[in-house]
Design a protein around this ligand. Structure first.
Ligand SMILES: Cc1cc2nc3c(=O)[nH]c(=O)nc-3n(C[C@H](O)[C@H](O)[C@H](O)COP(=O)(O)OP(=O)(O)OC[C@H]3O[C@@H](n4cnc5c(N)ncnc54)[C@H](O)[C@@H]3O)c2cc1C
Length: 377
């Protein structure tokens, strides 16, 4: 499909991203997978190349580009099946929170360092006891004198192993329900902060996903992001963007998988002819090609809405659940056509299959997305 929404400057940026991936990510990826996390060095190099915070204005150290530069980054990483480093979470989820809701002081303190890759960030909403039901979080941030004291535990936190700064969703008023939730900036060198295990996952193995513990962690009240008690509202405002990011990755990986599968089935022979000549293979590939085409058209529609500031929560939810369910199905179909090789991690289809499973879970599960869509009917 021609990617008509991109302009020549985006395609130029795509070339920079591709060469960075070839040089700085591909050669190290296997080691990072074994170690369960990437190097700090790659973050700094990405910062030097202007690959972080691309759509944050230049006066805060960002790239000053539009959202399509983020899309290019996400697509190129997805196509190579590199789910780490967690640039997407840092640049496209955490940075917008700080940029949109932070005080001038917070923006000046953090965004330039984040853009340089000197500070790595995470966002911590999920807890062992609650994920989908965000209102049920128990981590507290209580005022004591002129300090805010945090206590609680978070889990499944992307970039949690390396993060220098964590945006923590915490209850500043336990009795006020959703209105008692605030977002608090917590520097990870504060006393009482502790990282737990780097969690072992079925995919995305170079990405650090960690437990975080807060035991009487003291921060100044000026670490509250935006207004106290508005955390839930901020999360609801930003979640459509987060969901769209998953949808973008889903379409990119499906397009890549289709390409690999066409190439493989033309080359591999069984019963004296290429797999691509069996009617089943042809029909499966025809189905995938059709589904991927429909997916791309819908995603481009969502991207245009987002660029015009008109992507509503319902449409974002539709894109997230439908495209992530579809990518799981498409990757399964493609993997099958690789036979046993599809199960071997040296083939990108295997890693893509394992990495993509979580698309249906994080950033809001398929079931929660359907709830959101149903509520709008
Ligand atoms: C690799 C990875 C990275 C992650 N990164 C982060 C991160 O950086 N920061 C962060 O805060 N979180 C992160 N998460 C957490 C993720 O967002 C949650 O796992 C997700 O929101 C689901 O929450 P849960 O795991 O508690 O499942 P639960 O909420 O317990 O849900 C379990 C099942 O019940 C279903 N369910 C729940 N409620 C309903 C309902 N009302 N109707 C129907 N079905 C329902 C769910 O859909 C799901 O199938 C990450 C998770 C993973 C696996």
């Amino acid at each position: 499909m021609p990617q008509s929404i991109f302009k020549p400057e985006h395609e130029l940026f795509r070339k920079t991203v591709r060469s960075f991936i070839d040089r700085e990510i591909a050669p190290h990826y296997e080691t990072w997978e074994k170690e369960g996390q990437v190097s700090r060095d790659v973050w700094r190099k990405a910062g030097e190349q202007g690959l972080l915070l691309t759509d944050i204005p230049e006066n805060y150290g960002g790239g000053g580009a539009d959202f399509l530069a983020s899309v290019v980054m996400i697509e190129e990483m997805a196509k190579r099946v590199f789910t780490a480093p967690g640039f997407r979470l840092h640049s496209d989820i955490v940075a917008p929170y700080i940029y949109n809701y932070g005080s001038e002081e917070q923006k000046r303190a953090w965004l330039p360092k984040m853009a340089k890759g000197e500070v790595i960030t995470a966002i911590a909403m999920t807890e062992p006891g609650t994920g989908s039901d965000l209102k049920g979080i128990r981590t507290s941030a209580v005022r004591r004198g002129n300090e805010l004291v945090l206590n609680g535990q978070k889990t499944f936190i992307t970039n949690g192993g390396l993060a220098d700064l964590v945006v923590v969703a915490a209850k500043t008023d336990a009795a006020a329900g959703a209105k008692g939730i605030s977002l608090v900036l917590v520097e990870t060198d504060r006393a009482g902060f502790r990282r737990g295990r780097n969690l072992k996952k079925i995919g995305q193995n170079a990405q650090d996903t960690a437990e975080l513990f807060f035991e009487d962690v003291r921060v100044p009240p000026s670490n509250i992001l935006g207004e106290e008690g508005r955390g839930f509202a901020y999360l609801m405002n930003q979640l459509p963007r987060e969901r769209l990011l998953v949808a973008i990755g889903a379409v990119a990986i499906m397009e890549a998988a289709l390409g690999w599968t066409i190439a493989y089935t033309r080359e591999r022979k069984a019963f004296g002819k290429p797999l691509a000549e069996f009617q089943n293979t042809r029909f499966k590939l025809a189905e995938v090609k059709t589904e991927v085409t429909v997916a791309r058209v819908f995603l481009d529609h969502c991207l245009r809405l987002f660029l015009d500031g008109e992507l509503d929560a319902t449409t974002a939810a539709m894109s997230k659940w439908w495209l992530s369910e579809l990518d799981n199905r498409v990757l399964d179909t493609c993997l099958q056509l690789f036979g046993g090789y599809g199960y071997m991690l040296e083939y990108p289809i295997a890693r893509a299959y394992a990495d993509a499973r979580v698309h249906r879970i994080y950033a809001g599960t398929t079931e929660i997305m359907k709830e959101l869509v149903a509520r709008s009917l």
